[in-house]
Design a protein around this ligand. Structure first.
Ligand code: SPD
Length: 357
């Protein structure tokens, strides 16, 4: 009878502990179990083996979703249907999200691997002291082209793209700031110009490019270029690096009139439900070996100084993708131009896209 009673008491204690444990497992206090973390990132922008590694090391299940523009990401976060724990916006959007009070200040004490980031990428004007964001990847906007498909022609200028011999040869990135920016730069204007007359001129100039534009695409640009189905692409540098790894005939150039220097950083939206796990994930991605593996996979430029030693030399020493601070100083970073101006850029881009059809 005594034995039965002690078994019963032990059973009750185990059940209570289990119940208490279940509560623990759900409240994100750092215990492995049924915790989840929802990450929202650009398409083709992570080595998914690293997600598995993070899940294995922490017991946190990652739900991973992708977007293809900063604007799409913002809309989804503002709608609030899904609550994201980590997102990866670009600089001007980070500024906009800070102003709109959509981001949570980061706890740097939970991000010891932040020491791995090159100081050059810290404390930038869109997020002083990295209060809300930490570097993930960076790069430029430029032209990838295949001289073999262009009769040996070399390109080094935005204005080269208007050459009538390039009919149906060009892929454009599906991004309002990039395409309108290309029109502005080709006319000698700033990428952050808000003068309506200049913007109209840029749009008119872009309309003249229409016969040369084969398609306006997202990540599909990579396959089209790799397989020699397109000769030229205006794109982000990392996509060019990826393409060039598959097709050695292709080259990448940052046009001489100037171009965009961009930064994609990790943030925690204010609505995040798993703040501690979000910090764990960000810190994991900042680890030198993890960042090196991720960089080799996605081919974008890493701001993680400690990671560079684990990456192939030819990758890190390629000045097209790791340009010197001297060159990057000549490039422009997008500014948050405010809701009205950003909407105007989007409208012009939409008009340009519709005009093509
Ligand atoms: N396929 C991943 C693309 C990520 C590119 N981010 C660049 C943002 C530039 N504003």
């Amino acid at each position: 009878m005594k034995k039965l009673l002690s078994i019963l008491v032990a059973g009750l204690l185990v059940s209570a502990a289990l119940l208490y444990g279940v509560h623990w497992l759900n409240n994100d206090q750092g215990y492995a179990g049924d915790k989840t973390l929802t990450v929202y990132n650009w398409g083709d922008y992570i080595d998914t083996d690293l997600i598995k590694q993070f899940e294995k090391e922490t017991g946190i299940k990652v739900v991973y979703e992708t977007f293809d523009s900063n604007e799409a990401m913002l809309t989804k976060i503002q709608q609030g249907g899904t609550t994201y724990d980590v997102a990866v916006p670009s600089e001007y959007m980070i500024d906009k999200m800070i102003q709109a009070n959509l981001l949570l200040p980061l706890d740097h004490a939970q991000l010891p691997n932040l020491k791995n980031i090159d100081q050059r990428f810290m404390d930038l004007p869109f997020d002083p002291k990295n209060k809300y964001s930490v570097p993930y990847f960076w790069g430029t906007v430029g032209i990838a082209y295949n001289p073999k498909l262009l009769g040996g022609k070399k390109l080094d200028s935005w204005n080269d793209l208007w050459d009538p011999s390039l009919k149906q040869k060009i892929l454009l990135i599906d991004g309002a700031r990039e395409v309108i920016g290309m029109g502005l730069n080709s006319l000698g204007y700033s990428l952050n110009d808000t003068n309506k007359a200049h913007l109209q001129k840029a749009k008119e100039k872009l309309s003249e490019l229409t016969p040369n534009v084969k398609a306006i695409v997202g990540d599909e640009n990579k396959l089209l270029m790799q397989n020699n189905e397109a000769a030229i692409a205006v794109l982000w540098s990392g996509d060019a690096a990826d393409i060039m790894g598959e097709n050695e005939d292709i080259d990448y150039v940052v046009p001489k009139e100037g171009s965009n220097l961009w930064f994609d950083n990790m943030v925690i939206p204010k609505t995040a439900k798993h703040v501690k796990a979000a910090h764990q994930f960000i810190n994991f991605m900042l680890d030198a070996k993890v960042a090196a593996q991720n960089t080799e996979y996605v081919a974008y430029s890493s701001p993680n100084k400690a990671a560079l030693q684990y990456m192939p030399k030819e990758m890190v020493e390629d000045k097209r993708f790791y340009p010197s601070p001297g060159l990057t100083k000549r490039l422009e970073v997008y500014k948050n131009l405010g809701q009205k101006n950003l909407a105007y850029y989007n409208d012009l881009f939409l008009e340009f896209k519709m005009h093509r059809k």
